[in-house]
Design a protein around this ligand. Structure first.
Ligand code: GLU
Length: 420
């Protein structure tokens, strides 16, 4: 039987709990999300028909602070996935040491089949329906797969209409003119770049000779690729849902970003007018390329027991959440492939979300230099902690990051005591 995403996350937690001798009661608590809400969201389509979409918000843990995590719009979104992602958020916030617990939300829908007007209605109705459990001190949503600043602006507006006043700090990842933070849009990609450069340094590899393949050309993949190219790495392959592009001499990422995002509608890479050394490859081929670094920055479960054996990269940096299944993780570890885990590598987004929330509360906004400097300090500290723990405990960086996070969450639970 194929293991569910949440099953995979629980297996990791169980292993680490055993290793750190976690109290069995606290272990039980951390295995169970605190609160889950499923909503049926009706909207009137542009043609007058009524359609009902299913949406979720899962709050895994509020032990360390308000719950925090994005909202995704995807046809495959389901409760198991959102539960897994909410759990990973608690661990991600603990590794980075930002004072949040974890949550995640999503709507099962295909956003490419909805007009902008329909997406706005869907977002606002979803916001209204999960309003009873969210709030600036309770649970603060943010963008994730197929949602962005515009979505967060709509979300914020819906909540504000209910409250009777503008509630900027209900979401992060907002547009700059609505209380957003400089650098938030680029933050996850920037964090992927920072952790990639850091692991290359630790492994004593020459950044300028590094060949990288990036799966996924959304917010994380495209910006991560661009920033790594600026650092001198060669991005030899990128992909989106339609497939990938390969150029052994390195792709021109700014050109590709202009092609995909420059017009009114997002363009697919499969329609890109290729030049001499460029060729089309499938997503599966991209994962198996003989590169120095592979960055899966699309969806979960991309590297599984069926293809893990064929991964040839020396290093995998997880831009996406959960791109490697538990079974595949074991295979890659046996092959001595160095993995920088998601809860570390892609935490840049939630770290700058935290900065946005802090700036909003103080109504005092930082320069881009301040944002990027603070992001780098937090991410490099988290990276070093995980690296040191991995070496001290002789475990993978994933296990090390989970150990650090689980200890922090468990300690918070212990300090608070159980209510009532
Ligand atoms: N969706 C992002 C993540 O998976 C960001 C979450 C946030 O900023 O709250 O980490």
């Amino acid at each position: 039987m194929v293991q569910s995403f949440y099953g995979s996350v629980l297996e990791e937690i169980d292993e680490i709990a055993k290793r750190i001798n976690l109290d069995s009661g606290i272990h039980k608590m951390i295995r169970h999300p605190e609160r889950e809400l499923t909503v049926g969201i009706p909207i009137e389509r542009d043609n007058g028909d009524i359609e009902v979409f299913t949406g979720y918000r899962v709050q895994h843990s509020s032990a360390r602070g308000p719950c925090k995590g994005g909202i995704r719009y995807h046809p495959d979104t389901n409760l198991d996935e959102i539960r897994a992602l909410a759990t990973l958020m608690s661990f991600k916030c603990a590794v980075a040491n930002v004072p949040y617990g974890g949550a995640k939300g999503g709507i099962t829908c295909d956003p490419t089949k909805l007009s902008k007007k329909e997406l706005q209605k869907l977002t606002k109705r979803y916001a209204a329906m999960i309003l009873p459990i969210i709030g600036p001190r309770a649970d603060i949503p943010a963008p994730d797969v197929n949602t962005n600043e515009e979505t967060m602006g709509w979300f914020m507006d819906a909540v504000s209409m209910y409250e009777g006043s503008t509630v900027l700090d209900i979401v992060t990842g907002k547009p700059l003119d609505l209380g957003g933070s400089l650098g938030r849009r680029e933050a996850t990609g920037r964090g992927v770049m920072l952790t990639t450069i850091e692991i290359l340094k630790k492994l004593k590899k020459d950044v300028k000779k590094t060949r990288i393949a990036v799966q996924g050309f959304g917010n994380v993949g495209s910006i991560g690729a661009e920033l790594l190219m600026e650092k001198g790495c060669k991005i030899v392959a990128v992909s989106d849902v339609s497939g990938g592009l390969y150029n052994p001499d390195g792709l021109n990422i700014p050109d590709l970003i202009r092609y995909v995002y420059g017009g009114d509608k997002i363009q697919l890479l499969k329609n890109y007018p290729t030049e001499k050394n460029e060729s089309f490859i499938s997503n599966e081929e991209l994962l198996k390329l003989d590169v120095d670094v592979l960055i899966p920055a699309a969806l979960e479960n991309q590297i599984h027991s069926g293809n893990a054996d064929e991964i040839k990269a020396d290093v995998v940096v997880e831009g996406a959440n959960g791109p490697i299944t538990k079974k595949a993780d074991r295979i890659l570890n046996e092959k001595r492939i160095q993995i920088v885990p998601d809860i570390l590598a892609n935490s840049g987004g939630v770290v700058v979300s935290y900065f946005e929330w802090v700036q909003g509360i103080q109504s005092f906004f930082w320069t881009i230099e301040e944002v990027n400097r603070n992001l780098e300090t937090i991410m490099l500290k988290a990276f070093q902690d995980a690296w040191d723990t991995a070496h001290k405990e002789k475990v993978s960086m994933r296990d090390a990051a989970f150990m650090l996070a689980l200890r922090k969450i468990a300690h918070a639970v212990e300090l608070r005591g159980i209510f009532p």
